[in-house]
Structures are given as C-alpha cells and as structure tokens.
Design a binder for this molecule. Structure first.
Ligand code: DGL
Length: 266
C-alpha cells in the first residue's frame, strides 16, 4: 500500500478531463495535478521546448511526493516520456497514447476509417501511428494536427460559434476525404469540445482515451504494489496561471468532492 499521490499533468486544463475517470477507477487515490496554463499551448511549440517544460513539471510533481507520473497530455506523451523516465527511473511514468492505441485496436476493425485529431507536435511525432502499428498492422489510420482548438479552449471560448467554425474549418475536408467514421480525441483538451464535434458530425463514433488511461494507471499501480489504502484520497490542483477559467472547467466537468486549488509558477 502506498498513500502518496498520483502525479498528473497537462499543458493546461486538458488533463482535467481525465480526473473523473481516475475518481471512478481509483477512488482511494490522492491526486496532485499540474496544469501549465501560463505556458499553454504546448502543441504548437517546438518539441525541445515541450520536452523541457514537461521535465520541469515532472520534477515539481515528484517534489510533491508523486508515486507515479501520468502525462495526461498527448503532446508531452508523444515526445517527452523517455526524458522524464530517465530523470525519474525510480517511479513509473505513463503516457496517454499507448493506452489509447490499445483502446483503438480493441474497438476498431480494418473496415473502420480512424481519424486521430491531435496537436501538430503529436501528429508530427507519428506517435499514434507507431503505437497502433505495434498492436495491429491492418487498421486504417489518418491524423490531422489542429492548432486552433487548444487556444480557444484555454481562453474559455469552447461554447461559441468561433469554436464551431474552427472545428468545421479544420475537420470537414479531413473527415469527408478520408471517410472517417471513428474520431480519436488525441488531445486531452478535446473532450471539452466533444459536444461541438457531436453536433457538427453526429454520425461519428468518438474515442476519448481518459478511461483507458485511468485503467492503465490502475494496472501499473497494482503490478508494483502501489495502490493506496482504503481511504478517501485528497486532490490538489496546481495551475501555473490560476484564473477563474481553470476553476470554471473543474466545475463544468463536474469534478466533485473536496479539492485544493493553488497557483505555482515553474
Ligand atoms: N492537452 C494536450 C494534449 O493532449 C496539450 C494541448 C496543447 O497544449 O497544445 O496534447
């Protein structure tokens, strides 16, 4: 048994979309979350910058006592996991892409046309294709980098005509030309705009990796004997820029129970 917290991070509010899955799958675990809201978005920055920022967050979470590091950020997961593992060889480091790829392989067949929407850094890394190919050679996967979505989401403008227009402009042709029938939310910010996507493309099946990520973390904690004892874990949310929007997203996502919010600049 290990009552130290799970350390979860993202470039901003995106990783918060996985918190409810963690509460469901791992109700006794404490969570310490870091959202780098002051420096988001990551997905349009250089891989070297994303790697450096991700390593700083990992160091911070380890200082907060994290027993495992979870990149609830596809962008960091696509290019920074090896560096974080080298920095912290003593604790498990988990990314979101591998469990999501496993989920895709579980629910899709070669007849599906799978569209992965993600940030430009994630798409350019080819990480989704690599992980999916490790499991299946036959799946039909297309990816597109979406640079407009995260800035709108971070600014709180997700429920607006501007957001709908950006989604339509970015995805219309991609979905039509590739005859996409299954859309993978390959950025943890995107579950926030799932209602917009469903409204514009109601026929698509959507894959949100948050449950697969939480279950992968449970599997690893179980394997290493790191599960918490049967108590109600605490939750601490750090943001490098703590604005009312951060709290607004927590409330909108229905993250319930007690939690502490704190600003911490890296
Ligand atoms: N939520 C992140 C992801 O899953 C990062 C988005 C960004 O900062 O561009 O990729």
């Amino acid at each position: 048994m290990d009552d130290r917290p799970i350390g979860i991070f993202d470039s901003g509010v995106g990783g918060l979309t996985s918190i409810n899955a963690f509460s469901e799958v791992l109700p006794h675990e404490s969570i310490v979350y870091f959202g780098d809201t002051a420096r988001a978005p990551y997905g349009t920055k250089s891989p070297a910058t994303v790697r450096a920022f991700s390593r700083e967050i990992a160091d911070f979470l380890v200082k907060q006592g994290a027993k495992i590091l979870v990149a609830a950020c596809n962008t960091s997961s696509s290019i920074a996991l090896d560096a974080i593992k080298e920095d912290h060889p003593d604790i498990p480091v988990v990314g979101v892409i591998k469990p999501c790829a496993a989920r895709i392989a579980e629910v899709c067949t070669p007849e599906n046309s799978i569209g992965v929407i993600a940030t430009p850094v994630t798409v350019e890394s080819g990480a989704y294709e690599k992980e999916i190919r490790k499991i299946s050679q036959e799946l039909n996967v297309h990816s597109i980098g979406c640079s407009a979505f995260v800035p709108l989401i971070e600014s709180g403008a997700f429920n607006t005509p501007a957001m709908d227009a950006a989604i339509k402009h970015t995805l219309d042709e991609f979905i039509r030309e590739n005859q996409v029938d299954t859309l993978v939310l390959g950025c943890t910010h995107y579950p926030i705009i799932r209602p917009n996507i469903e409204k514009l493309f109601p026929w698509l099946s959507i894959i949100d990796p948050s449950m697969a990520l939480a279950m992968e973390v449970r599997r690893i904690l179980t394997r290493y004997g790191l599960l918490a004892s049967e108590w109600q874990g605490s939750r601490m949310f750090y943001a490098s820029d703590l604005s009312s929007k951060f709290l607004g997203i927590i409330q909108m996502l229905g993250i319930s129970g007690d939690y502490v919010l704190k600003q911490h600049a890296l």
